[in-house]
Write a protein of this length. Structure first.
Length: 126
């Protein structure tokens, strides 16, 4: 059962600073939903979530200041995530799209009430 979520943000911060925060696997504190992040290789990592659960990621594209994308897999779903970064005057626009195939019909049903799969608190210094 497929699901797709798209989120857009605009920040009054330069693209370099936002790129560095989003793609830095060593400093994930801005992700309020994580308890840990473990790098497996230069292109693979695992995120561990508050409340349990983990997701494995494999980086597909990492084009500086433009695109960051990866495949992801957990016991509940498989899919891909694409982050696009755009300069809009003095602002930086982020477009995050997540497409997943949910394995469990009950989890899929719950997801109907929570479309925001990318729900996290971004804490960037301005």
């Amino acid at each position: 059962m497929k699901r797709k979520a798209r989120i857009e943000w605009e920040f009054e911060i330069g693209i370099e600073e936002i790129w560095n925060v989003v793609t830095d696997l060593d400093n994930y504190e801005w992700r309020s939903d994580l308890t840990n992040l473990k790098k497996i290789t230069s292109t693979e990592f695992i995120e561990y979530f508050k409340g349990g659960g983990e997701t494995t990621f494999r980086i597909i594209d990492k084009i500086y200041g433009e695109k960051y994308s990866f495949d992801m897999k957990s016991k509940f779903f498989e899919g891909m995530w694409v982050g696009k970064f755009e300069v809009c005057g003095t602002k930086t626009k982020l477009i995050f799209v997540e497409e997943i195939d949910i394995k469990n019909p009950i989890i899929w049903l719950v997801s109907l009430f929570s479309l925001n799969f990318l729900n996290c608190n971004i804490k960037l210094a301005t």
